[in-house]
Design a protein around this ligand. Structure first.
Ligand SMILES: [Ca+2]
Ligand SMILES: [Ca+2]
Length: 144
């Protein structure tokens, strides 16, 4: 991104204009994507964005924020594709239908124990739904 563009996008995240992006501002940005993240998820995003670990996300670290939000948007899209009846919840049947396609296309990126965690969500009660926030909690790859 050109630096003027970075400044403009940064200003959208930095709602109070103090030059850093705090947890509340990350939460607001996630909510603007129609997500309702847990406090824990917000903290994960913040700590991934805060490259030097000083507790603040500055403009120098903003590239990470952009990359993280790209990742989140991609996962949200995957979820929306899985949620075929657009109910806002992914049923066991919907998950099953998409699972094979998902792991053949994205398995390298989102493999490991994640499939099992998704399966475990439905353990003992296949009538359960999974929300996009629960899906993100499991799939977000944490490797920024
Ligand atoms: Ca701020
Ligand atoms: Ca920092």
């Amino acid at each position: 991104m050109a630096s003027s563009k970075v400044s403009k996008v940064f200003a959208e995240y930095d709602r109070n204009g103090d030059g850093t992006i705090d947890a509340r501002e990350i939460q607001a940005a996630l909510k603007s994507l129609d997500l309702n993240p847990s406090q824990r998820f917000v903290e994960r995003v913040q700590s991934k964005a805060d490259a030097n670990g000083d507790g603040k996300v500055t403009k120098e670290e903003f590239g990470r924020v952009v990359a993280i939000f790209e990742e989140i948007k991609e996962l949200r899209k995957v979820f929306q594709e899985n949620d075929q009846d657009a109910s806002g919840g992914m049923s066991f049947e919907e998950m099953k239908k998409k699972a094979v396609t998902f792991y053949t296309t994205h398995g390298d990126k989102y493999g490991g124990g994640r499939a099992m965690q998704v399966m475990n969500h439905y353990a003992g009660d296949k009538s359960k739904q999974m929300s996009v926030d629960q899906f993100l909690d499991i799939m977000f790859k944490d490797s920024f």
